[in-house]
Each structure stands twice: as structure tokens, then as C-alpha cells.
Design a protein around this ligand. Structure first.
Ligand code: UD2
Length: 307
């Protein structure tokens, strides 16, 4: 059998060569029967992950053999620190359980970071950042800080990274099924809409501009990830485009989310996560959403954002 002779060292990316352990038993897969109420592949043949399209047992056993490690970033600046405890506690229950995970918290209030018991192999790392008077700036600076974190700390230590909004919590499994080169999450607010309604940046003078008739999906800025080098390229590009726009006094409609959508138009995600991976608590659950894995909590913007 060829797979016996594959040298692990020759396989650079943990995303290549999916090797299952011997003796694993699971229900027979089918290419004839499955979910019919959703689309589970993009036109460029990237999987779209929905409940019922994957088997977590197979996936976990493949990635456990690779001993992968995952970083997660979360920003809790100003009053958003109030969301951190719930985020961290639910991440311990649902986010890559059984895998090596380092959660990087960026905050201007390091003393207020809650004590959360982390399982073995999982660690919480706090990074201080300055506070900001404009919420747009906090949101926008995330790309820069993610880029720097990858360059200065994560390179050669971590395989995958996910960048997540703090005003959110996990409800059920978010695991190895979400791994891929470049991973985008479909925004829960627009997936049934025509692309003309997507809130892309529409001014041609911005580097985040998408013309009418362009754009595949509307992806959210609140969750994205993938292999370290893919996310580095995304963060570096979005940060530079944001800065270059700023020099010309233009700020994209939805800051880094607009730049991310522009980036993903050209650089197609190799895995797309359905809105199960970022729902919104204020939205009633649609029938195609069989499970909510991660969702934005209800918040009073006037109360939590800096004025
Ligand atoms: C949307 C996006 C968000 C971002 C924003 C526009 C989703 C579900 N949400 O969310 O990712 O693209 O629009 O820029 O895709 N933060 C702080 N302190 C603050 C303000 C923000 O720490 O005072 C951080 C925090 O991690 C928060 C994130 O920035 O989760 C996004 O800000 P938001 O939640 O206020 O933005 P929102 O809900 O409009």
C-alpha cells in the first residue's frame, strides 16, 4: 500500500494527504443520498460545510494523527471585555476539543481577563493593545495585529489560525471539519439574497471595491481562518489596502470585512463554512440551519462601543 511509504517529513502542509488510522469503522458514505436542501460545494469545488455533510469521527482521527495545533485570535477592547468569559468558556466546550489550541486575547484591559480553566494542551495568552476612541479603528486594526502575531510568534509553531469576534459564543462543535487552506464563513444575514444586495464597498475609489455583478457570497468579518500562511497573506493584503485607502481618506463601508470580501473574490476560499458557523442570536433559526455552532450574542451597540 502506497500510504505506508509516505514519509511524514515530505508532506509540508497538514492539509495534504489525509491519512486515516487502520481499523476505523463508520457508516458507509454515499454519493447518491445526502442533504438536498442546501448546496455543499462552490462552483470552484470548495466544500461548503453544513451539518450532515461530514463525519466528525473520520476527520478527527485523520487530524489527530497529524498532531496539529491551532491558534485562535479574539479582540476584547474596551467594554467588549464583558463578552470574553462566555466566549472562552464555550470555546473550551466546543472549539477543537481534544486538540492543541492557543487562544490569543488582545485587550486594553489585561487585568480584567477572566480566569478560565483550560484543558491540557490548551492555553490562553493575553496581549496588551492600546484602547481606541473609534470602534471602526478597533475592528480595522485587527488585520494588522493578526499579521504581526503570525510573523513574530506563530510561524513554525502553529498550523492553522481562526480569527473570531468576541461578542459571540459557541453552542456546538466547531472542529476539524472547518480546516482548510483559506477558510471563509458565509454571513448569516445575506445568504439568501441576490448579490446586488450584499453590502460590499461600492465606491470604485476604495481598494475594497466590488463592481455590480461581482462577488460570490457575502462573507463575515467575524470569523475566518485557515492555514497560517494563507491567513497571513489575507491579513497583510487587507491591512495594506485599508492603510492605502486611509491615506486617501476613504474607509470601506464595513472596514476589514469589506477588504476581506474583496480579497476572497480574487483569492477563492478553499473551504466555506455555512452560516451554522456564525449565526446571530437575534435571528430566528432557518430550517436549513440544523445546528448553530457559533453565534453573535445580542448587544446594545450604544452601550458597548466607545463613543
Ligand atoms: C460586523 C462583523 C465584524 C466586523 C464589523 C465591521 C460579523 C458577525 N460581524 O460586526 O466582524 O466586520 O461588522 O467592522 O461578521 N471590538 C472590540 N471593542 C470595540 C469594538 C469592537 O473589541 O469597542 C472587536 C470585538 O472583537 C468585536 C469585533 O471587534 O467582536 C467586531 O466589532 P463589532 O462586533 O462591534 O462589529 P459588528 O457586530 O457590527
Amino acid at each position: 500500500m502506497l500510504c505506508r511509504f509516505v514519509d511524514e517529513n515530505l508532506i509540508g502542509s497538514p492539509d495534504l494527504h489525509l491519512m486515516a488510522p487502520d481499523g476505523l469503522k463508520y457508516p458507509q458514505p454515499s454519493i447518491m443520498y445526502g442533504r438536498t436542501d442546501i448546496v455543499s460545494v462552490t462552483p470552484w469545488l470548495a466544500p461548503v460545510v453544513w451539518e450532515g455533510t461530514f463525519n466528525p469521527v473520520i476527520l478527527d482521527s485523520i487530524y489527530q494523527k497529524k498532531n496539529i495545533s491551532i491558534a485562535a485570535t479574539v479582540f476584547a477592547v474596551g467594554k467588549y471585555i464583558m463578552f470574553l468569559k462566555n466566549f472562552l468558556e464555550t470555546a473550551e466546550q466546543h472549539f477543537f476539543v481534544g486538540f492543541r489550541v492557543n487562544v490569543y486575547v488582545f485587550t486594553d484591559r489585561p487585568k480584567e481577563v477572566p480566569e478560565v480553566k483550560m484543558a491540557a494542551g490548551r492555553e490562553l495568552i493575553v496581549r496588551s493593545v492600546p484602547s481606541s476612541k473609534r470602534w471602526q479603528e478597533i475592528s480595522a486594526r485587527r488585520m494588522e495585529l493578526i499579521q504581526t502575531l503570525i510573523e513574530e510568534t506563530l510561524l513554525n509553531n502553529v498550523d492553522y489560525i481562526f480569527c473570531l469576534d468576541v461578542d459571540s459564543k459557541f453552542h456546538s462543535r466547531w472542529g476539524t471539519e472547518s480546516l482548510g487552506g483559506l477558510v471563509a464563513v458565509i454571513h448569516p444575514g445575506y445568504y439568501q439574497d441576490n448579490r446586488d444586495k450584499f453590502p460590499y464597498e461600492r465606491r470604485p475609489s476604495s481598494r475594497a471595491y466590488l463592481a455590480p455583478g461581482e462577488g460570490d457570497f457575502y462573507y463575515c468579518g467575524g470569523a475566518f481562518g485557515g492555514l497560517l500562511m494563507e491567513v497571513h497573506q489575507l491579513a497583510k493584503t487587507c491591512h495594506k489596502n485599508f492603510e492605502d485607502d486611509a491615506k486617501e481618506n476613504i474607509e470601506a463601508a464595513w472596514q476589514e470585512e469589506s477588504h476581506l470580501n474583496r480579497y476572497m473574490w480574487t483569492n477563492k476560499p478553499s473551504k466555506v463554512l455555512s452560516p451554522e458557523y456564525l449565526w446571530q442570536d437575534f435571528k430566528p433559526r432557518n430550517p436549513e440551519i440544523h445546528t448553530v455552532r457559533f453565534s453573535g450574542v445580542i448587544k446594545n451597540y450604544a452601550e458597548v462601543r466607545p463613543h
